[in-house]
Structures are given as structure tokens and as C-alpha cells.
Design a protein around this ligand. Sequence first.
Ligand code: DQA
Length: 147
Amino acid sequence: MKTIFVLNGPNLNLLGTRQPDIYGTTTLADVEAACIEHAKGSGVTIDFRQSNAEHVLIDWVHEARNAACAIVINPAAFTHTSVALLDALNTFDGPVAEVHLSNIHKREAFRHKSYVSMRADTVIAGAGHSGYLYALTQMIATLGAAR
Ligand code: DQA
């Protein structure tokens, strides 16, 4: 069974109550359940994780090198700051999808820059939590095509 890591960065543990006008009222547990449901029957399992710590996300990307065939990542604020996370993703051979709940390009100028986009094969922003499902669809299709 193939595994897709779905990784979530800082403050996303507060999804549902954090700035709901921007990020919606769906919780991260709801997003995880939707991802698992979405992948059913695809031959892929979902390993869904969240951390507020940059080094933990980097360690998970390293783990993915041997344990995952694709990565879906919402790096949250590390999107805009973390060369280290970009460097880690550049060590991963499989497809990478970057997801943002909000449209980062419609927001403050500091959110327009994404280091992760320099590695991501797919970028989805502004689709709310459905963006995770679109990203999974794309990763599963890409993996199928690579079979
Ligand atoms: C976010 C956008 C980031 O700019 C922000 O720091 C987040 C969430 C999103 O999902 O829209 O924490 O990645």
C-alpha cells in the first residue's frame, strides 16, 4: 500500500476557531477525516500530521523519503520563510503538492512569496479545505501515471 504524507504547519491545529473568516470553520480533524475518505479505494493510505515546529516538519519530510510516495503540505507561515523546508523537500523524489486554504496572493505582500512553490509540482490556494482533496486527486493521478 502506498502512503501519502499530508503535512500541516504552525497554527493549523487551531483550524476551525482560528480566524474563521479567512480559514473557515472546518477543523483539522475534519480535514483529516475528509482526506482519508477521499483516498478510499485509490490504493493509497493517508498519514496526516501537524506540527508547530519547523524542525519536526523537516524531519517528517526526511522520513517521507523512505515512507511516502507523495507529499501534500500546507506549510502555513513557514511557506514564506523556510529555506530549510525547501531544502528538505528538494531531497524528496516523489510528487509534492502545496496547499493553502486561503488565496495567499490576495493577501498581504509577505504572503505572496512561497519558498515551497520552488519545489512543489502542484500548488492549490484559495479553495478552502477542499484544496487538500484536489491536491490528493492530483497526487493519486500522478502516481497512477508513474506506475
Ligand atoms: C495558510 C496561509 C499562510 O500565509 C498562513 O501563514 C497560514 C495558513 C493557508 O492555508 O491559507 O498559516 O497556509
